[in-house]
Structures are given as structure tokens and as C-alpha cells.
Ligand binder design. Structure first.
Ligand code: FES
Length: 176
């Protein structure tokens, strides 16, 4: 169930919030965002670190969603072919934190990028689909990450971390 008014007209700013059980603890602002229900443990169990499952089927190509795991924002990007191609065309040796795109996604599911959405500089929350690399832009001090979540510009020293996760079906992942 998605109520994203922008779902029919994807834009660069498309960014759905996906509510997990843990999200209830985040605050009243949640009501303003599209809500996708998840079959997950209750909030206290998730806060304690239980794995969560996320259904990816409502996420259109070019869109991003945010879920919470262990109190951290997790960004899940349904990447376009252009984004994947751009991420793979980069000379890995030239990167501040060299890592191939292949090493940051699951083989056979290259369209899905899953990263912890906390800037590796001082911990701000980057914005998806912003910046010069069609990835993530951190407004605090200008760090820019590419469509693989790798740091490309600005003071952040490292790539956005990839949390432990696995595909439990073609359209569902388990994080944690
Ligand atoms: S916290 Fe992101 S650039 Fe400083």
C-alpha cells in the first residue's frame, strides 16, 4: 500500500518513507509521509536490534525509501540503469574510499542499493537524488555520494555503510 502522491509522476525528489514498527517511536511527523505497512516485530523488539523485512515491490525504479533499523535510517534505492552504469563506469582507484559498485550490492539484484543513511563526516542525514553524482547530498558540510553511496566530494572520509542484509525473495529483503 503506497499513498505517495508522487508515485505516478516520479521526480528527482521522490523519496518515500516506509514505516516499520520502529518508526512509531520517531514522532508525529510520520503521519505526513506515505505509509507502507510491514510485517515486522513490534517496536521494542526492533529497537533491540531484531532483523526487519522490507517489501520492495511498491518501490518504483528511480525512487528511494527510508526504513529504520536499530534506530538508524536505512536508504533503499531502486536504481535506474543510468545510475548503475554511472556507478560502474567510475575508476575505483580514484575514489577516496575505493570500493566497486559490485561489492556494494547483491549479485543479481544490482538495481537495489541499501545503505545506512548517516553521513560519515559528522553524522547528518544526506538527501537522496541530490548532488552532482545522482546519489546523496549531505547539506551539513557538502559531502556528495554517488549512486553507489560512495563518497565523491566533500569532507566525509568514507562511503555510506552497507548494512547486513539479504534477499529472502525477489522483492523482499531482510535487514539485520
Ligand atoms: S555531516 Fe555530512 S558533510 Fe558534514
Amino acid at each position: 500500500m503506497t499513498t505517495a502522491s508522487s508515485a505516478d509522476h516520479p521526480t528527482r525528489r521522490d523519496f518515500l518513507f516506509v514505516a516499520t514498527g520502529a518508526f512509531a517511536a520517531v514522532g508525529g511527523a510520520a503521519a505526513l509521509w506515505p505509509f507502507i505497512s510491514q510485517m515486522n516485530p513490534d517496536a521494542s523488539t526492533i529497537a533491540a536490534g531484531a532483523p526487519i523485512e522490507v517489501d520492495l515491490s511498491p518501490v518504483a525504479e528511480g525512487q528511494d525509501i527510508k526504513v529504520f533499523w536499530r534506530g538508524k535510517p536505512i536508504y533503499i534505492s531502486h536504481r535506474t540503469k543510468k545510475q548503475i552504469d554511472e556507478a560502474r563506469a567510475v575508476n575505483v582507484a580514484s575514489l577516496p574510499d575505493p570500493q566497486s559498485d559490485e561489492a556494494r550490492v547483491k549479485s543479481g539484484h544490482e538495481q537495489w542499493l541499501v545503505v545506512i543513511g548517516i553521513c560519515t563526516h559528522l553524522g547528518c542525514i544526506p538527501i537522496a537524488h541530490e548532488g552532482n553524482y545522482d546519489g546523496f547530498f549531505c547539506p551539513c558540510h557538502g559531502s556528495q555520494y554517488d549512486s553507489s553511496g560512495r563518497i565523491r566530494q566533500g569532507p566525509a572520509p568514507a562511503n555510506l555503510p552497507v548494512p547486513p542484509y539479504q534477499f529472502v525473495s525477489d522483492t523482499k529483503i531482510q535487514i539485520g
